[in-house]
Design a protein around this ligand. Structure first.
Ligand code: FE2
Length: 377
């Protein structure tokens, strides 16, 4: 485990890409109770204990638990006293994503390139060292209070980052087959989508690979617009949503109201066997959005032949969509914290490179039924 990162093969980047990114390094959530959140991610979602920082490692004002499943690392951080910036973040937003960390070969170069192009500085490049080597990290602001931290770890062999110790535990539930972060979606305020599309284009060198408007994504009540930004090698994909005017409050409006601003709406995690993964997640208590059963009556007419049997898909509520390149299977959890804000998507791609546009309508109607129960539609 310790040497996982350093043994990965070198990744080839396009020479003209001024922001080469190898992948998602970690995602850090600020949460009100990191210890219990870590238990949730291990018990219910199949992550393993990886690392810890806090009082026992000489940190006095916060603690962080790091959990891992294949290439996905989540850092769960809580303050240890009042009046901290972490505490203020939680007071305003509830539990949510603070950091999307991007794995790069040179965190100083990435930072300079981004700042030169207009990024707001979050963290100047800093070298962090311990007995296992050194890591360079730097950071810039994105939408809302979300930040991107560039992580350069080619000279590091420790368990996570300097300052963390290995989290020793007897309790390591079976994984559920989650492999890597496929994409992370941001919700931004009305009129802000194109602002952040430009940010990712100009500052990060991303390209827009897809867009949806209210003709694609609308129900009787609500609508949203979305543009998908991708880095040069396609390993990082950030769809950005903004609400579109509808008859009632959209799910993006509800998010923005409860999160009190822009933020990460969902983290999509990939699996090679969605039926097995979702079965395990359901057995461990994860709740998913359900579309009406009639969805499955016309599914094969819509998407054509697929490898999977229809029965388990119908039983578990897994959705299917097809594009020019293949098909994908996906399902969305209900929101995973007190506020109706962030949730997870489980996705298995069988050639498809899109995001399930054909499911949006059925899905949003399912979301609206949940909103109706909360009285926020
Ligand atoms: Fe998604």
């Amino acid at each position: 485990m310790e040497s996982m990162i350093s043994t990965l093969p070198k990744i080839e980047h396009n020479k003209t890409d001024f922001m080469p990114i190898n992948g998602t390094d970690y995602v850090e959530l600020y949460v009100s109770n990191a210890k219990q959140a870590a238990h949730f991610y291990r018990t219910a979602m199949g992550f393993k204990a990886l690392a810890y920082a806090g009082l026992e490692t000489g940190i006095r004002d916060y603690e962080s638990y790091v959990v891992i499943q294949d290439k996905i690392r989540l850092v769960l951080t809580s303050p240890l006293n009042s009046g901290t910036t972490i505490g203020q973040h939680i007071d305003k937003h509830g539990d949510g994503v603070k950091v999307t960390a991007l794995w790069v070969d040179n965190a100083t170069y990435a930072f300079k390139e981004a700042v030169k192009r207009g990024a707001k500085v979050y963290m100047e490049p800093r070298v962090e060292k311990d007995d296992f080597g050194k890591v360079v990290r730097s950071g810039i602001h994105s939408y809302g209070d979300v930040v991107h931290i560039f992580v350069e770890r080619k000279d590091y062999n420790g368990v996570f980052l300097p300052g963390y110790k290995k989290w020793e535990t007897q309790y390591n539930p079976e994984p559920v087959g989650l492999k890597f972060v496929d994409h992370m979606v941001g919700n931004v305020e009305l009129g802000q989508m194109d602002v952040w599309v430009k940010f990712y284009e100009k500052v990060m060198g991303f390209k827009q690979i897809m867009s949806f408007d209210d003709n694609d994504i609308s129900t009787e009540y609500t609508a949203l617009m979305s543009k998908v930004m991708s880095n040069g090698n396609g390993r990082i994909k950030f769809p950005i949503n903004e609400p579109a005017p509808g008859l009632k409050k959209s799910q993006v409006d509800e998010y923005l109201e409860f999160y009190e601003g822009a933020g990460v709406q969902h983290i999509a995690v990939a699996t090679d066997d969605i039926i097995d993964t979702v079965t395990r997640l359901r057995d461990r208590g994860i709740e998913f959005l359900r579309v009406p059963d009639t969805y499955y009556d016309v599914l094969l007419d819509r998407v054509g032949e697929i490898d999977e049997d229809l029965a388990p898909l119908r039983d578990l509520g897994i959705l299917v969509d097809r594009d020019d390149e293949g098909y994908l299977l996906q399902i969305f959890t209900k929101t995973v914290q007190a506020r109706p804000t962030m949730f997870f998507e489980i996705i298995q791609r069988k050639g498809a490179t899109s995001f399930g546009k054909g499911n949006f309508k059925a899905l949003f109607e399912a979301l609206e039924r949940e909103q109706e129960l909360r009285g926020t539609l």
